[in-house]
Design a protein around this ligand. Structure first.
Ligand code: ZN
Length: 230
């Protein structure tokens, strides 16, 4: 095997020494040593490096406010309370049995965006409704319901889940997408039964009450583009 073909890998110990002796780290260690030895910043500057030392940094701190706390001065004495569990079935300890998955009657996909990512949202929205029969909602440029940023959503029937999850994974364009089921418990649907594509974000659903009837889906888009497959 030629040298070019050989994979040269540092052992952990080699890497540790290489990191320790890297020029940036060496310079840092030298300057730290000078500071520890009581030498002035002038010496370091004279060596041609532009280093702000802790001694030369002066934070600007506003003067303290004068007045009284509206909370009074006894809050420190309050005992630590334990909130009641709001996970369905866990109000009094662990649940006795799993929830039937057939409690899920439909799904929502919520797409979050902002002033920088709205064009991506528009593109994923267009691609989605060209390919899937979904119930498409309108654009929300303000927080709406439990959703705390601009968003749009579409609802879909359970049979689309095994296709829409991988499709959205590959076509999210990096947007944050909340996929939640619809059961009789919207709070749990939004907070505990969720799937997220990419990172999650806060959902303000703690006040959502149980529903007598579960959200139904009535698709309002007709696919015009054949779904791409490889
Ligand atoms: Zn929803």
């Amino acid at each position: 095997m030629s040298d070019e073909g050989r994979i040269i890998q540092n052992t952990e110990e080699d890497q540790e020494w290489a990191d320790l002796l890297s020029p940036a780290r060496r310079n840092f260690m030298i300057s730290a040593g000078l500071t520890a030895a009581g030498l002035t910043a002038g010496n370091i500057e004279a060596s041609g490096q532009d280093i702000i030392t802790p001694a030369s940094f002066k934070p600007i701190v506003p003067p303290p406010d004068v007045g009284k706390s509206p909370w009074g001065y006894e809050t420190i004495k309050e005992p630590t309370p334990r909130p009641r569990s709001i996970r369905p079935g866990e109000e009094n300890g662990l649940p006795k049995a799993p929830r039937p998955y057939t409690d899920i009657k439909s799904y929502h996909a919520h797409f979050y965006f902002d002033e920088d990512s709205y064009e991506k949202a528009a593109l994923v929205r267009k691609w989605s409704i060209e390919r899937f029969p979904v119930e498409l909602g309108n654009w929300n440029l303000q927080p709406r319901g439990p959703h705390v940023t601009p968003s749009f959503y579409f609802g879909f029937t359970n049979d689309l889940l095994p296709i829409l999850v991988p499709w959205l994974q590959l076509n999210s364009l990096g947007l944050t997408i909340l996929l939640h089921p619809n059961t009789d418990d919207p709070r749990a649907d939004h907070l505990y039964y969720t799937l997220w594509v990419n990172r999650s974000q806060p959902v303000n659903a703690y006040g959502m009450p149980k529903q007598a009837t579960v959200e139904k889906i009535f698709p309002n888009t007709k696919p015009t583009v054949k779904l791409e497959i490889s």
